[in-house]
Ligand binder design. Sequence first.
Ligand code: HEM
Length: 392
Amino acid sequence: MSETDWSPTSEAVAADQRAAYDAMRERCPVARDGTGAWTLFRHDDVVAAALDPATFSSRVSRHLNVPNGMDGEEHARFRALIDPYLAPGAVARLEPRFRGLAARLVASLPGDRSVEAVSELGARFAVRAQSAWLGWPAELEDTLLGWMDDNLEATRSRRLSRTAAVAERFDAIVRSLIEARRRAGADAPDDVTTQLLGERIDGRPLSDEEVISILRNWTAGDLGSIAACIGVVVHRLAVDAGLQERLRGSGRGGDELEAEIDEILRIDDPFVSNRRLATVDVEVGGRTVRAGERVVLNWTAANRDPRVMGDPDSRRPAENALRNVVYGIGVHECPGRGLATLELRVAIEELLAATSAIELAPGADPVREAPPRGGYRTVPVMLRPGPGRPTG
Ligand code: HEM
């Protein structure tokens, strides 16, 4: 086998990421690209690497990255600090507010022209829900939406200088929120952001850099992924009228909808991959990865591995749930899973309740997202108003 097995930035990959990853998983499941990074495509290799953080370190960047870029004890201490913010009880309390936000947003969408599901529904809902959770002012909405667009463009460009500049802009937004709270002192609002400022680690207060990094990872985890996931789910509903009808009929608050959403995202996982760094020489799928080499866990490919999922495109929520790695696995498994699941369920429930049908808009094809993101960039749909709940 040659030194370079594939190019993650090739036109063939961009044209159809899932088909390209499916093909790689069968042809060359542990593949080296031109930058020297290894990508793992098989479910068992991805899961084994994620479950072995001593061999596959998350310390892939020299920048502070709390807790994503940490290992071992340090990672465990920071996870213990952030996990309570995202625990089931804390998340459940947010449901009425999220539902109100989703219902109002859906009611404001027109019924007489096409609606773009990723930006008009997904991104807007993600920003509003997140601001409500963190206690950020509603006036930040357009700034955050603009930041999301630029962040996506920078990610697509794969240019480090661009992503660094966008990250700095985000840091400035958060820094001004932190400073306003410090100035307010005892009058600061009692919200998640203020609580985070009062946290201590190893007996000392968190540094501003640590607070900003935590908020950046919550925000980066939340905004873009929720918008992308809503795009994937709305697309699936629009092309599968039977599924749409069944879920519309099952009403609000159903576990059934959460299970279906997880399975729809397994089939078309927009959160494509995460990186690791090999700490020792290690054999994976018959190839030798050397200490210091970069490794990419391709969740999208793992989630479509027929060895564990059968036909990757057929929906079997109950059978596939335990092997679904949309939210990762192991010590870095997504702490925001409960929050993300609630946001997705509530947004889709309110969309289904307010409509009698969601259809792809005639003459405007959905556009797929470019690597390293997956899912759709745009999903134009027509929202047919439901009885008693006219949209527009
Ligand atoms: C649908 C939306 C989401 C998806 C698909 C998703 C997916 C993932 C995945 C696959 C990982 C594992 C990363 C790894 O192993 O390196 C992860 C980690 C993480 N996610 Fe999410 N996530 C989502 C939403 C959220 C939300 C809402 C938050 C917080 C508000 C969040 C915060 C994080 C953080 C902080 C980590 C790092 C955990 C650690 O390193 O211990 N995510 N996410």
